[in-house]
Design a binder for this molecule. Structure first.
Ligand code: RB5
Length: 177
């Protein structure tokens, strides 16, 4: 099987069922999935799943990946922290097609609490079928790559920083997990 037909996939508990169904759909499309978990509906933290998926793309282990959580937002945020990853949060087919055609997105993020399975499959189909158009878009994507090179060199020189931490906020009632 050509490496182009390999995909990494990962989801937190909120999207566990969507991940399992998407794996079946991807198999029908002829894709081999490398499943990074989670493997049940028990609550997990999406960064723990998505970061290894994004690393697999950045290292070239797989050419592309799909990451899923409740909204897709946290997954996209985490994936985009990894240099070389261009993650796109898509909940419509137009965005999915253009994420590949214009932005050369190598990670697709979706939210299982936002869209249903039918639309998720159509988004995946469009995203996988589309090809990067290059040309003026290549110039723009190259600028993203240059920004990463500059930023990560500066960050590496500066050393560890201490950004505001989410865990300083007390939990509220009615947590969904
Ligand atoms: C989990 O409750 C939820 O916060 C997570 O799946 C995701 O939506 C985060 O962006």
């Amino acid at each position: 099987m050509g490496s182009e037909k390999r995909l990494a996939i990962g989801a937190d508990h909120a999207a566990y069922h969507m991940k399992e169904e998407l794996k079946l759909f991807l198999k029908e499309l002829g894709y081999e999935c490398v499943d990074f978990g989670t493997h049940s509906a028990e609550a997990v933290d999406y960064p723990d799943i998505v970061f290894p998926v994004a690393r697999a793309v950045a290292s070239g282990e797989v050419p592309r990946a799909i990451v899923l959580c409740g909204t897709g937002i946290g997954s996209a945020m985490v994936a985009n922290k990894v240099p070389g990853v261009r993650a796109s949060l898509c909940h419509d087919t137009f965005s999915a097609k253009h994420a590949r055609a214009h932005n050369d997105a190598n990670v697709l993020a979706m939210g299982a609490r936002v869209i249903g399975m039918g639309l998720a499959c159509e988004i995946v189909r469009e995203w996988l079928a589309a090809e990067f158009e290059g040309g003026r878009h290549a110039r723009r994507v190259d600028k993203i790559v240059r920004l990463e090179e500059q930023l990560f060199t500066v960050e590496a020189r500066r050393g560890p920083t201490s950004p505001p931490r989410a865990k300083e906020h007390p939990p509220r009632e009615n947590q969904e997990g």
